[in-house]
Design a protein around this ligand. Structure first.
Ligand code: C2E
Ligand code: MG
Ligand code: MG
Length: 839
């Protein structure tokens, strides 16, 4: 450009001026090296010609004479400028018309020259500099326009501030980010846009960067005037001291999208972490062991329980083949068990372990486990590994074994119990049946065991049973079963015998073995036993019958003097044997003095005080404990034993009254029950008077209870016996009144003092009108006949209330007291009846 020619169009109709200008520009080489260019001048005389020319050619400069003949002064400038927008327009005027020239400049001309000064020295220079300046200005404008276009196209916001920090320029992107118009940004301070919450942080970073003259960049929020937020990243280049006066440029990047992605990512990471943490805590706090593998079957995870159970820490186990960490075998076969995780992966389904699986810990310790394995799927639903869940079932398995053992064994001796015996006996019968063989059942009962138990206590009794159990077990073969049936009864099953004699020899062996003294708790105990034997198939075709018959035979052995064994025989009727057994036992009991009396108070209903007592017999059998009269009185009557038994009861009752009287206790009359056999016995009356005499008690303390039916059996003789008794001064009572069929005529003749209303009427007295009527009638009758009426079996306050309103004389029953042993009864005698039952 420096050497290019300057094309000049001269619009001048004055030929002289035109010549002068042409001369001044022609061939001119300026002195300055900078102005080393020449002018190419064309000249037109009219504005219209000039415009034409400008349409076809380019000119760097136009010299326009304001005083053209066809022109209208400065208006020409306005016409010319559009035709040559890029050219330098300089107007020429006369010295007298400078004002017009200045006006032309105001209208758009670039400068003016005064004619007359246009010499060859000055004009080229002046024109040259003008062109030069215009070229520079045009370049600047272009550059500025380019910069503006660039900055407007930039997605980065640009904020330019002056030395005072006030905005002098912002681009479109900045305006968009800040939500401010160009005008609004101008003069503003950049920090105004910062979100108040970020301002402190950003400004201190900014001041630090300014101080250190380092690059500033920060991420923060813009708060727009409409309240919306834009995340930005702002950069400002290092600010050298030299730059300081010129202000600064900041670029602003809208990073909202990235930030929100970051937030989403961060939230997802947080959620993932929380999820992982939750899973971790859950897995470590559940009681089950959890282990996972990848699809190759290598361990990828163990929870704490799994670590403890396998003996492998997670770090050590990770990546190892599952078989190494989780070693399992089948408990019974002791062979490696199938790996459930592999199966779960292969079959893509949940699988369980075999039932008796054992886990072998790293140190060789074995634990019974139960588990299941399930496949783990990846996002595509494909199997990616397996999860194994297992837990120690040693305890529960042991417990189950124990439970099933307990269910079939006796807790004291650990021998099979009745359940297991029946099971084994049924099996043995099945086998014997198939092979045409025989088997034997021995029913063994210890003699006098109850006695030992009662006198030495249950602990000794239990130990004795254990000693017996172990001796019995030693006497039989492993294939035989010794079972404890309950109490002191044992049953021995000889599963296979060639002949019954074999059972007999086992029984003998047992008798001998048991008879050897037992050392128990420092005591030397001697026991004998009675054994009954029954044989399958001769004595029964099923388990129950065979056992039952052995039991019957055992009773027979007891009856036959104990300490022996007996084979069952068809003629041994169970109840007959039982009866025989009881008879036998009664005889023993008589000899050993096993009978005793309990006393039950009779209460005077008006006063609530005890008015009498009934003596009720009890049998304390060394084997069976307390036995009640219902179970033996009838048998005793049948075999005549009731005579001595009844007499001893009568004597004991009288002696007891004598002792109370002697002890100064407020003794009450005692009623003794007399059975038919006794009553009819020829020695009865003599016996009563003998006892009265012997004990020395006043006869009024003795009351005899006879049932209606006894009296009515032979009413005539009853009248005479009763009269004789009456004459002795004893009291007479009719027991269980209302249950027999008394003839009123006789009733009147019997010298009876007391009527005891049977408990069957008393029971429903408050609810059954018939019973109420009967009780009423008996009370009424008693009053008429001047007999005291005692209600038996009073159990409830309702019954008592009824009896009291009917003015029944006395009551006896559980409501007041059960029959009591002597000592307990004496306390009632001394202290009186408890208040609660006294009314
Ligand atoms: P019993 O003479 O009618 O005796 C009353 C029975 O009723 C007694 O039964 C007594 O324990 C029971 N008892 C008392 N209060 C209540 C009650 O509130 N509710 C119920 N449900 N029962 C009650 P135990 O002692 O079993 O005597 C039964 C029977 O045996 C007596 O009936 C009597 O007939 C007879 N007996 C008792 N001791 C002897 C005796 O030394 N010699 C004779 N030959 N027979 C006797
Ligand atoms: Mg009675
Ligand atoms: Mg009775």
């Amino acid at each position: 450009m420096a050497n290019a020619q300057i094309r000049v169009l001269l619009i001048e109709d004055d030929a002289v001026d035109a010549g002068l200008i042409a001369q001044a520009l022609a061939g001119t080489e300026t002195a300055s090296s900078k102005v080393a260019r020449s002018f190419l001048l064309e000249c037109v005389t009219k504005l219209s010609l000039a415009c034409e020319k400008l349409g076809s050619a380019h000119f760097d400069a136009i010299l326009l004479d304001l005083a053209l003949a066809d022109g209208q002064g400065i208006d020409m400038v306005s016409q010319l400028l559009p035709a040559a927008p890029d050219a330098l327009v300089v107007v020429l005027s006369s010295a007298s018309d400078v004002a017009a020239a200045r006006l032309a400049v105001q209208r758009g001309a670039h400068d003016y020259f005064i004619k007359g000064h246009l010499d060859a020295h000055w004009l080229p220079r002046a024109l040259h500099y003008l062109v030069e300046r215009k070229t520079a200005q045009d370049a600047l404008l272009i550059s500025e326009a380019r910069f503006r276009a660039m900055s407007d196209a930039s997605p980065l916001g640009i904020f330019v501030s002056d030395a005072q920090g006030n905005c002098i320029y912002t681009n479109g992107a900045y305006q968009q980010i800040s939500g401010l118009s160009f005008a609004e940004t101008l003069g503003s301070d950049w920090s105004q846009a910062i979100h108040p919450e970020d301002r402190q942080r950003v400004l201190s970073a900014w001041h630090a960067a300014v101080k250190d003259a380092t690059t500033f960049h920060a991420e923060f929020r813009f708060l727009r005037s409409d309240g919306s937020i834009v995340w930005t990243r702002v950069n400002s280049n290092a600010m050298g001291a030299a730059m300081e006066p010129h202000g600064r440029v900041k670029t602003v990047e809208d990073i909202t999208a990235r930030k929100s992605e970051e937030f989403v990512l961060h939230a997802a990471e947080e959620a993932l972490f929380a999820e992982k943490e939750r899973a971790q805590v859950t897995l470590n706090s559940i009681g089950d062991a959890v282990l996972t593998t990848d699809i190759m079957g290598n361990v990828t995870y163990l929870n704490l329980v799994a670590e403890a159970m396998t003996g492998w820490s997670r770090q050590e186990a990770l990546g190892r083949p599952l078989e190494e960490v989780f070693r399992i075998i089948e408990g019974s076969a002791r062979q490696a068990a199938l790996n459930p995780a592999k199966r779960a992966i292969a079959e893509d389904m949940t699988v369980g372990l075999s039932a008796d699986c054992l886990l072998i810990r790293r140190d060789g310790f074995e634990a019974a486990i139960e588990d299941s394995a399930a496949p783990i799927h990846n996002r595509d639903g494909r199997v990616a590994g397996a999860v194994l869940v297992f837990h120690d079932v040693s305890k529960s398995r042991a417990m189950a074994l124990k439970m099933s053992h307990l269910a079939k064994h006796d807790f004291l001796t650990d021998l099979p119990n009745r359940v297991l015996l029946t099971e084994r006996l049924s099996q043995a019968i099945g086998l014997a049946h198939r092979h045409g063989k025989q088997l034997a059942v021995l029913f063994l009962d210890l003699d006098d065991f109850k006695h030992i138990n009662d006198s030495l206590g249950h602990t000794i009794g239990d130990q004795l049973l254990q000693s017996v159990a172990s001796r019995l077990s030693l006497c039989v073969r492993a294939t035989d079963t010794v079972c404890r049936q309950g109490g002191d009864e044992f049953v021995i099953l000889l599963a296979e015998i060639d002949q019954p004699q074999h059972a007999a020899s086992v029984a003998e062996k047992l008798l001998v073995a048991l008879a050897v003294q037992h050392l128990v708790g420092g005591h030397e105990l001697h026991v004998t036993s009675s054994i009954g034997i029954s044989i399958y198939p001769d004595d029964g075709s099923n388990a129950d019958t065979v056992i039952q018959n052995a039991d019957t035979a055992m009773y027979y052995a007891k009856t036959s003097g104990r300490n022996n064994y007996q084979f069952f025989k068809a003629e041994m009727n169970a109840s007959a044997v039982q009866r025989l057994f009881i008879e036998n036992s009664l005889r023993h009991a008589m000899k050993r003095g096993e009978f005793l009396l309990h006393y039950q108070p009779q209460i005077d209903l008006a006063s609530g005080a005890m008015s009498g007592a009934e003596a009720l017999i009890r049998w304390r059998d060394p084997d069976r404990g307390i036995i009640y009269p219902e179970q033996f009185v009838a048998i005793a009557e049948d075999c005549g034993l009731i005579i001595p038994i009844g007499k001893s009861a009568l004597r004991e009752a009288c002696m007891q009254v004598a002792r109370w009287l002697k002890a100064g206790l407020p003794a009450v009359p005692v009623a003794v029950n007399i059975s038919a056999v006794e009553f009819r016995h020829k020695d009865f009356l003599a016996g009563v008077s003998e006892i009265l005499e012997e004990t020395g008690i006043e006869p009024r303390y003795l009351e005899l209870e006879l049932t209606e039916s006894v009296l009515m059996q032979d009413a005539e003789s009853s009248v005479s016996i009763l009269s004789a008794l009456k004459a002795m001064g004893v009291q007479l009572a009719i027991d269980d009144f209302g249950t027999g069929y008394s003839s009123l005529a006789y009733l009147k003749r019997f010298p009876i003092d007391i009527l005891k209303i049977d408990q069957s009427f008393v029971r429903d007295v408050a609810t059954d009108s018939n019973d109420a009527a009967i009780v009423n009638a008996v009370i009424g009758m008693g009053k008429n006949l001047r007999q005291r009426v005692i209600a038996e079996g009073v159990e409830t306050p309702g019954q008592l209330a009824f009896l009291k309103t009917r003015e029944c004389d006395a009551g006896q029953g559980y409501l007041f007291s059960r029959p009591l042993p002597t000592e307990a009864f004496e306390k009632l005698l001394v202290n009186g009846m408890p208040a609660a039952t006294a009314h």
